[in-house]
Design a protein around this ligand. Structure first.
Ligand SMILES: Cc1cc2nc3c(=O)[nH]c(=O)nc-3n(C[C@H](O)[C@H](O)[C@H](O)COP(=O)(O)OP(=O)(O)OC[C@H]3O[C@@H](n4cnc5c(N)ncnc54)[C@H](O)[C@@H]3O)c2cc1C
Ligand code: FES
Length: 272
């Protein structure tokens, strides 16, 4: 194990600097941590909530000795975290995993749910470099559309398309529907995707059909975060060590599982 991995893998105490409510189910937590403050878009940290669990979270902002994560309350650990206030002490390891490459061409980002958070981090880095920056963002309902204002500020003028499943905002459909039309009328050099895996699968199929470069960030159950336990496998890859960002060629190698199934907590395969 390299000296650097030993350092990032050491459990450190961290203090919550601020908490921001983004939607009825999502809050952004800013944490003090010098190592995670050096993270690149795509990387994740492991946050230890004392007495509950340690969970993987994508870093959505980093710098100035701080890192932020946007957390959706879905279960025991995330619900306990949502009760936490500024000043509370937690444990942190990381940053772990690889990061998105930074394309300077015509870029399209596709985000679903909290998957929008790491893409916003990337979009801020690319805003000054990319030839064009467009975003398709999807959610079940208006309340769950995250970071719309921030995305409008960084994307090329009028190039954010919002979709909701219930039609309460933007176009009533899944995020992948306008994507198909957009790819039919505009040329893109790179697609970045992060969100629910069935969404990523659809984006992968469209990018493969049109031969467009793609990088997607995957989620799997994670325990160790450093490639040892095997709980995060997809095909020949371990998402924590080889990802979480995978390119189209790698995604093609795991087509049998992508958007279809994953390992559950008991090690048995479960449908997605
Ligand atoms: C690389 C990566 C980045 C992630 N980034 C974010 C993020 O930025 N924001 C966010 O809200 N969530 C993110 N997640 C998912 C987050 O880790 C889970 O929602 C969290 O672990 C759930 O814990 P819980 O105890 O609240 O829920 P549980 O009661 O344990 O489970 C609720 C649901 O969450 C899923 N889940 C549980 N544990 C894990 C785990 N260790 N890894 C992945 N999924 C799990 C289960 O499939 C289940 O459906 C990320 C996951 C990964 C792998
Ligand atoms: S979480 Fe243990 S190998 Fe990936």
């Amino acid at each position: 194990m390299s000296v650097f991995l030993t350092a990032v893998n050491t459990l450190r105490t961290t203090c919550i600097l601020s908490v921001k409510t983004e939607s009825p189910t999502v809050k952004t937590f800013t944490l003090k941590d010098k190592l995670c403050a050096k993270a690149k878009p795509g990387q994740f940290l492991m946050l230890w909530i004392p007495g509950v669990d340690e969970i993987p979270l994508s870093i959505m902002n980093a710098g100035d000795s701080q890192a932020s994560v946007a957390v959706k309350a879905v279960g025991e650990a995330t619900r306990r975290l949502h009760e936490a206030k500024s000043g509370e002490i937690l444990g942190v390891r990381g940053p772990f995993g690889n990061s998105f490459t930074e394309s300077c061409g015509r870029v399209l980002m596709v985000g679903g749910g909290t998957g929008t958070a790491p893409l916003l981090f990337l979009a801020k880095k690319l805003a000054a470099k990319a030839e064009r920056l467009s975003f398709v963002i999807g959610a079940k309902t208006k309340n769950e559309l995250l970071f719309l204002g921030e995305l409008d500020a960084v994307c090329t003028e009028q190039s954010t398309i919002a979709t909701t499943e219930d039609g309460s905002y933007g176009i009533q459909c899944l995020a992948t529907e306008p994507l198909e039309k957009l790819l039919g009328r505009e040329k893109f050099d790179m697609i970045y995707a992060c969100g629910p895996e069935p969404m990523i699968r659809k984006v992968f199929d469209l990018a493969e059909k049109r031969r467009i470069a793609l990088e997607a960030s995957l989620e799997r159950l994670m325990r160790c975060g450093i490639g040892l336990c095997g709980s995060c496998v997809i095909g020949k890859y371990r998402v924590c060590r080889d990802g979480p960002v995978f390119n189209a060629a790698q995604l093609s190698e795991v087509k049998d599982e992508l958007g279809i199934s994953k390992l559950g907590f008991d090690g048995n395969r479960i449908p997605l």
